[in-house]
Design a protein around this ligand. Structure first.
Ligand code: GLC
Length: 713
């Protein structure tokens, strides 16, 4: 009786959604029946740099797309990469997604998606080309700043609320770059060879979560190849895994210029071709008609080489996207550059900054004191919202670190010297001397350096050519520290850097590309207005070759110009450091606070679990310091005596918790036993190893408070 009731109750709940979908499907079929073949073809490729065609005679709208993951890109010209220089496309610059990842805070991810979705809607964009969730495999990847770090579980948890936040505005999130786009070097053609296990356990989970939990309405194919096929038309990735296995009902959009073959584009799961150059000689009126999914596709349909049903499936998905976005009834109006969005940007920025080192509690700096602060470094004033490639922005406001510090420390005398320059033509010796001249008498030195959005730094289309801090920053830091020991370094970057210089300084903050509120967030952390709670979403190897992707030489990274082989396999990031016992400079999950926390007690609800059960880890954490603050309790799991090669431990749960001084909080973290599975390549399916596992509870991958043994039976 109960089961019958449960069935009818769940059907009753689902009925409205089923009804809407049925009505949508009817609308879609009705429209398809009215469209000519030429009209259907025109919907499957670009009509301009950032739009695909609608069908004016039927009132079917165009689809307008815009970068990027951290804010809405300035308007681009109709048919070239130049900026249109509009005056109404100034936006909020939100922190880069590495910063969002460092917050370990899904609630902030929802706020992020909601705010950026409101700005996209206001700018009348139907598809936001973001977020990016490619895994951080090497510190040299120019685009790591756009992504969510080295751990698939962290990225999987944070990508879902971002997507839901965007899409509730009637804007599609277009999750990218699917898949294995883990470097920019040779990005347009490099063929990635990686095992099924690493593909499914490391590189796909965030995309799978985006589709199955986030219900993403669009996915962007990546430029590179996988097992010999370009990912924008890759049968295994798009047809077999994305659409068939995961049940993706949205639209696959190519990366710009990522399509290379008509037959593959037709049959291997691509729906909209973007970025293939136009050809005005062929047609002034329809310059994109000769795209791979244009006339070549049309000719094959007319010539009965390709069934019209193949075309209809693409159009069905495109119309579904329209009904979710441009054709959606009662969609919100959106909003832009408002108080809420700046508050969201500030919250994410200040919660994402990571305190890496803080000797003698050097930070925070008492802002009531009349001290002299020497600020050194080009990144103290350099805008980081421009540059870096397609994610660049035209912010309506961008508070520089220097301005933020000047506003926050009104009682102090603030002196500034650039110290170094990214411009090779500038006299670096003069800059160095100016810097040394102001540090001598300062009470505090704040060195604001790191990387920037120039080519071969943190930028699209090129990887870094060195793991070192550029522009001789380490040497300058060392010289400064000889003149003044009271130095804190603030790294503005989106990637790990070599940190041998860390012994020369008292404190280090990892500050990301923070956007509009950058200076306010950095200053709030420096003054203690905000107690830092960020955690590293990726490891800082001591040396580049301590990183798994570089350990195996050029064939692993960057490849031989044709292919590259992910020889570290599943051991990416901390998985590599833990398992190979290679100590990093700073570990995944590391981040200090101005207070201190300790684990009072922890337990699992049982000792033995069946496969479909959930492990409930209960722990009590105490704030043993004088200041209130937030801690990220992290739970890792590792198989004891596994029959296969596995990482020592993997992140399977985390929770960020606010605790007042001298108070403690009870935390429960749930781990479905199914999440302990490994991908069995022989069976092409997930498998759970029975036997003993260790549950590691801590506040960093290299700071484990407690280990609990459990058994899967
Ligand atoms: C770029 C990027 C992609 C971006 C697209 C449009 O090449 O790879 O992330 O969304 O083209 O600018």
């Amino acid at each position: 009786m109960y089961m019958i009731f449960k069935f009818f109750f769940s059907f009753f709940l689902a009925f409205p959604i089923l009804l809407v979908n049925a009505q949508q499907d009817d609308k879609i079929e009705n429209l398809i029946s009215q469209l000519t073949i030429e009209e259907k073809i025109s919907m499957c490729h670009a009509q301009s740099k950032f739009s695909s065609a609608g069908v004016p005679r039927l009132g079917i709208p165009e689809i307008w797309m815009s970068d990027g993951p951290h804010g809405i890109r300035p308007e681009i010209n109709w048919d070239d990469w130049g900026y249109a220089n509009w005056t109404n496309d100034y936006v909020t610059a939100f922190p880069a997604l590495t910063c969002l990842a460092a917050t370990f805070n899904p609630d902030l991810s929802m706020k992020y998606g909601t705010s950026i979705g409101e700005e996209a809607r206001y700018r009348k964009k139907d598809v936001l080309l973001g977020p990016g969730v490619n895994i951080y495999r090497t510190p040299l990847n120019g685009r790591n700043f756009e992504y969510m770090g080295e751990d698939p579980y962290l990225a999987s948890v944070l990508v879902v609320p971002y997507i839901k936040g965007v899409q509730k505005n009637g804007v599609a999130a277009c999750v990218k770059h699917y898949a294995l786009n883990n470097q920019e070097h040779w990005r347009g053609h490099i063929n990635v060879e990686v095992s099924d296990r690493a593909l499914h356990e490391i590189y796909l989970p965030a995309f799978k979560a985006a589709v199955k939990e986030g219900s993403a309405w669009a996915i962007m194919g990546s430029y590179n190849k996988f097992r010999g096929q370009h990912c924008c038309h890759n049968d295994l990735l798009l047809n077999k895994i994305l659409k068939k296995s995961w049940g993706f009902d949205g639209v696959v959009i190519s990366d710009w210029g990522g399509v290379h073959n008509t037959n593959e584009a037709i049959f291997n799961g691509l729906d909209i071709e973007m970025g293939t150059p136009s050809d005005k000689n062929q047609s002034k009126r329809y310059p994109y008609q000769n795209n791979f999914l244009g006339k070549p596709f049309l000719d094959k349909i007319i010539g009965n080489e390709v069934k019209e049903s193949i075309l209809d499936d693409k159009v069905r998905r495109i119309l579904r996207l329209m009904l979710r976005t441009s054709l959606k009834q009662n969609k919100p109006f959106g909003s832009i550059n408002n108080k809420q969005h700046y508050e969201t940007a500030y919250k994410i920025a200040s919660e994402g900054i990571v305190l890496l080192k803080n000797t003698d509690n050097f930070l925070p700096i008492d802002k009531t004191k009349r001290i002299t602060i020497a600020v050194i470094g080009e990144n103290a004033e350099k805008s980081m919202s421009i540059g870096g490639g397609s994610s660049e922005l035209k912010p309506d406001k961008e508070i520089s670190p220097l301005l933020g510090i000047q506003k926050e420390f009104r009682n102090a005398v603030i002196k500034y010297a650039k110290g170094y320059s990214s411009d090779a033509t500038v006299n670096s010796d003069k800059l160095r001397k100016e810097a040394l001249s102001i540090v001598k008498d300062a009470d505090v030195v704040l060195f604001i350096g790191g990387l920037n959005k120039n080519r071969h730094q943190d930028s699209e289309a090129s990887d870094r050519d060195s793991y070192q801090l550029p522009y001789n920053q380490p040497e300058l830091i060392k010289e400064i520290s000889k003149n003044n020991k009271n130095i804190a370094v603030i790294l503005v970057s989106g990637n790990a850097v070599e940190t041998r210089w860390k012994t020369d300084v008292k404190s280090i903050l990892q500050s990301w590309y923070l956007g509009s509120e950058a200076g306010n967030a950095i200053a709030s952390i420096l003054s203690g207005e905000v107690n830092p709670s960020g955690k590293l979403p990726f490891s800082f190897p001591m040396n580049l070759n301590d990183n798994g992707a570089h350990y195996f030489g050029k064939l692993s990274y960057p490849g031989d110009g044709v292919s590259q082989y992910y020889k570290e396999d599943i051991l990416v990031g901390y998985r590599w450091h833990d398992t190979k016992k290679i100590v990093p400079s700073f570990s995944f999950g590391h981040g200090l606070s101005y207070t201190s926390f300790e684990l009072l007690k922890s337990s699992s609800d049982k000792n033995e679990y069946l496969i479909n059960e959930t492990i409930r880890v209960n722990c009590t954490v105490k704030n043993t310091g004088k200041l209130e603050g937030k801690e990220v309790v992290q739970v890792y799991a590792g198989k004891v005596n596994s029959k296969i090669n596995r990482a020592k431990k993997e992140l399977k749960g985390f929770k960020k918790v606010f605790i007042k001084s001298n108070q403690s909080e009870k935390i429960k973290i749930e781990i479905p036993v199914n999440n302990l599975a490994f991908y069995n390549e022989k069976d092409s399916d997930w498998e759970i190893e029975k036997g003993e596992y260790i549950i590691y509870i801590g506040n960093a991958s290299d700071n484990i408070w407690e280990e609990i043994s459990i058994t899967i039976i």
